[in-house]
Design a protein around this ligand. Structure first.
Ligand SMILES: [Zn+2]
Length: 335
């Protein structure tokens, strides 16, 4: 790590007293809390170590070769693993058999495959996966950095975890199928084959079913008071399960977002504001108040409150935020 930290691309913000890299029981190295970290803390904000325009294997190698030597060395310290489908895609893109690709380039590609979420990060890429993550990561376009926030209180010594596979409303087999490309079997508490693990899995099954029901109803059953009432009940139920299962990232915010939208459809604006405020709270601790999505959510709530106070129609930016379609929704007066 004794490298030239004055280079702009390595302008990483993190409290060295807060986290450290150590051997993990999950796999290889991991990132651990050195002190108690309260919910909402930004434990890390870092620019990409390797930023790739496009996902072609040639783009990855080109991006690596354009790095200063010090950063190439940092990159090469990361763990590499390329699954067979990744290798086959790389062969097509490099127009060479995997074994014919120069060894250094194979390593560069394998490190990208094992560590990239969009780009590759020096410290963020060392955070291991859990299906019940305690950290939420997001790109902050204002800071031009990836941020990592604690979604709950984390105690000193605890390993930091993120989800590698996006949405948390999935069953164990779906999660494992998505994780196979990283070449490991998930052993997090949600994937644990114990009574407790199986109970958690039942809740995931329930979440998946509710998620699918909501998507189906939005697609075919929309437009009636009955469907909005049902949608609101499903969104509330999903939020309750997510909270009880410790799934506190933006999927929870999405459930609150859905609940707010159905309340607006039902003309229950004051209730919609309460759900919108819950969503904003999730955005606050997952993203931080300097994230554009948090600022947008804050602005939307202000407009919602103004519409209620003045018995005015909803502003177009509010109806867009909630994905309303059709003139009847746009013109509804908020009381
Ligand atoms: Zn798991």
């Amino acid at each position: 790590m004794a490298t030239n930290r004055t280079e702009k691309t390595m302008d990483m913000d993190h409290d060295a007293c807060l986290v450290e890299v150590k051997v993990s029981a999950l796999k290889g190295l991991g990132v651990f809390a050195k002190a108690n970290i309260p919910c909402g803390s930004r434990v890390l904000a870092e620019p990409a170590l390797l930023e790739v325009k496009g996902e072609n294997a040639k783009d990855i190698v080109r991006a690596f070769e354009s790095l200063p030597l010090s950063q190439q060395n940092l990159y090469l310290d990361l763990h590499g693993y390329a699954c067979e489908p990744f290798k086959r895609a790389a062969e097509r893109e490099m127009e060479q058999d995997w074994q014919q690709i120069p060894e250094l380039h194979r390593r560069v590609l394998a490190i990208y495959a094992a560590n990239a979420f969009g780009n590759v990060f020096l410290l963020g890429s060392r955070i291991n996966h859990s299906c019940i993550p305690n950290i939420h990561f997001a790109n902050n376009s204002v800071l031009e950095k990836e941020t990592f926030h604690a979604v709950r209180d984390i105690v000193a010594g605890e390993e930091l975890t993120i989800t590698y596979i996006g949405g948390t409303n999935r069953t164990r087999s779906q999660r494992q199928a998505a994780l196979d490309k990283w070449g490991f079997q998930c052993t997090c508490p949600a994937c644990d084959n114990t009574l407790q693990g199986r109970k958690r899995e039942q809740k995931r099954d329930e979440l998946l079913a509710l998620d699918q029901q909501l998507a189906m109803d939005m697609y075919i059953g929309g437009g009636t008071k009955k469907s909005y009432t049902k949608g609101l009940q499903i969104a509330q139920k999903m939020a309750a399960i997510q909270k009880s299962e410790g799934l506190l990232n933006r999927d929870l915010g999405l459930s609150y977002h859905d609940a707010a939208r159905y309340c607006l459809k039902l003309r229950r604006a004051k209730m919609a504001i309460l759900w919108a405020e819950r969503e904003l709270e999730v955005d606050r601790y997952c993203l931080g108040e300097d994230h554009p999505d948090y600022r947008k959510g804050f602005e939307i709530i202000g407009k919602l409150k103004a519409a209620v106070e003045n018995s005015e129609p909803l502003d177009e930016s509010v109806t867009e935020w909630y994905g309303f379609h059709g003139p009847s929704a746009d013109s509804c007066i908020m009381m």
